[in-house]
Write a protein of this length. Structure first.
Length: 516
């Protein structure tokens, strides 16, 4: 008889190993920030308790921008997610791909396009908020869509028979509101960590102030104190909110419906209204991207040739960073999903921890690594001063994203699989290799692609940690956008947008082919 340790039933039992694995992986991103926290409190003094002066103004600007961006993304994204969940219409898949695109682009690219269209003159101080709202919109749309697909077909059909389409929309809106609100709040927190749009529109933000303190003033202690202040402000709001929405989101992740919602095909005026809404949404997404083409009215081919050369030069490093970050995020996310299993308490804790970790400014861990690298001996170069360092920090940053994918995939497996394997004497190793890995492959592939694209778009972490002479393609754009000719910057940006769009359409095509 096989031992309990080698039986597949270990995946269903409440073992003592589960919580240590979960806590250890959750604490990994925080551990990198410990040197920064030590520096901040060692040099604190009265300044740690005060938020005033230029930094106070920057924090006020950032919070106002984040709040406006979150509200706009929620107002537009929630009905869009409902539309994609409940209805079938021509071009629906195209809408889903186009809506996904802004999230996979660095926000400074969207800001550049909006600025070239004169967006700063049109929107004034709200221009960064518009850019961040467009960037956060996919988070809200797909959070609402994912929550909406958790509704059972029987509930939708009964509601439609009892109260008509209006009651269906009300029911679905109540069901998806909490996840959509959480996604909007997450988008607001992420805006505080990105310096790009603020620099493009010359608005003082906390992300720019921290970079200035570290890179320009060479005051590591000041940068540490500012980072801790921003993290404290964010977590003061984010932590209670994460624990509040975690049970609802965990329930949506762990739910398994035998029959999913069948989207209704619209006809007549309803179809025209939905199509008009979809086209308007596509236009809103493409407006900033179209602005990037304005400087290329003359000499566009020459600039594109230079841009393609720059893309080829940085392609190797960009792929290394993307693949390394994606692999690390998926590996750790899968480990968390296995450790969570089907425990509701563990699932709620992990969801709350994931939301909290995503809200933390990445500069905390990044500057912590910089501090460790400054005092570490030369033999640690491969760990603290190399491409692996950037891959590791980007991967740790995106572990919560991969964890959500893998939790949902693990929850869709049946407990009867492990019971059948135990009855027939199938070992744990064979069960994982023959049953669970193929089952998790689709979610792991999607998580890998999403994390890889998101890691490329994270210019803040790359700016602090990339090895000399090995920048990624978006980082190369970010570092030259202030001094290079406008046409060259525009051509670089369009090349990046084109590559991202091609990869995104290819990914959606593979997903649809696998589903078919």
């Amino acid at each position: 008889m096989r031992s309990k340790e080698s039986s597949a039933l270990v995946l269903e039992r409440a073992g003592a190993w589960r919580w240590p694995v979960i806590v250890a992986i959750v604490l990994l991103p925080i551990a990198a920030a410990l040197p920064l926290l030590k520096e901040a409190f060692a040099t604190a003094g009265p300044a740690l308790n005060a938020i005033n002066g230029a930094f106070g103004t920057a924090l006020e600007n950032s919070l106002e921008t984040a709040l406006v961006a979150a509200l706009v993304a929620l107002v537009i994204g929630l009905p869009t997610g409902l539309m994609l969940t409940l209805y079938e219409f021509a071009g629906r898949r195209v809408v889903m791909v186009v809506v996904s695109l802004p999230l996979l682009l660095p926000p400074f690219l969207l800001a550049l396009g909006w600025a070239m269209l004169g967006g700063a003159r049109l929107a004034g101080q709200l221009a960064p908020a518009f850019v961040f709202a467009l960037w956060s919109l996919p988070l809200v749309v797909f959070a609402a869509y994912a929550a909406g697909t958790g509704l059972s077909a029987s509930v939708i059909e009964a509601t439609r028979l009892a109260g008509g389409e209006r009651r269906v929309i009300q029911l679905a809106a109540r069901h998806v509101f909490i996840p959509a609100l959480a996604a909007a709040g997450l988008g607001a927190a992420l805006t505080l960590a990105d310096p790009g749009p603020g620099q493009v529109f010359r608005m003082s933000t906390v992300a720019s102030e921290i970079l200035t303190s570290f890179a320009a003033l060479n005051d590591f202690g000041l940068a540490a104190r500012q980072s801790v202040k921003v993290a404290a402000v964010i977590m003061l709001v984010a932590a209670p909110f994460a624990w509040f929405v975690a049970p609802r989101m965990a329930q949506a992740l762990m739910a398994r419906q035998t029959r999913r919602v069948r989207r209704q095909r619209l006809q007549g005026t309803a179809n025209i209204a939905v199509m008009t809404t979809a086209l308007s949404l596509i236009a809103v997404v493409f407006v900033p991207i179209a602005g990037l083409a304005l400087p290329l009215q003359t000499g566009g081919i020459a600039w594109f040739s230079r841009a393609l050369s720059e893309a080829a030069r940085t392609a190797g490093d960009t792929l290394i960073y993307a693949a390394g970050a994606g692999f690390i995020a998926v590996f750790l996310g899968t480990a968390v999903a296995v450790a969570v299993g089907r425990g509701e308490a563990r699932s709620r804790f992990v969801i709350a921890a994931c939301l909290s970790l995503l809200c933390l400014p990445p500069v905390l861990a990044d500057l912590g690594v910089v501090r460790m690298a400054a005092v570490a001996p030369a033999w640690t170069d491969d760990i603290l001063r190399s491409r692996f360092t950037l891959c590791l920090m980007l991967g740790l940053r995106l572990v919560p994203v991969a964890t959500v994918f893998m939790l949902r995939s693990w929850a869709s497996s049946a407990p009867s699989w492990t019971h059948a394997a135990a009855v027939h004497g199938v070992s744990l190793q064979r069960f994982l290799g023959r049953v669970m890995l193929p089952h998790l492959a689709a979610a792991a592939s999607a998580a890998f692609l999403v994390c890889a694209l998101l890691s490329i778009a994270d210019t803040g972490t790359a700016l602090l940690l990339y090895p000399p002479g090995a920048p990624s393609f978006p980082l190369a754009i970010f570092t030259v956008m202030a001094n290079a000719p406008e046409a060259f910057v525009a051509s670089l940006s369009l090349v990046y947008v084109g590559i991202t769009a091609v990869l995104l359409f290819a990914a959606w095509g593979l997903v649809e082919r696998r589903r078919t």
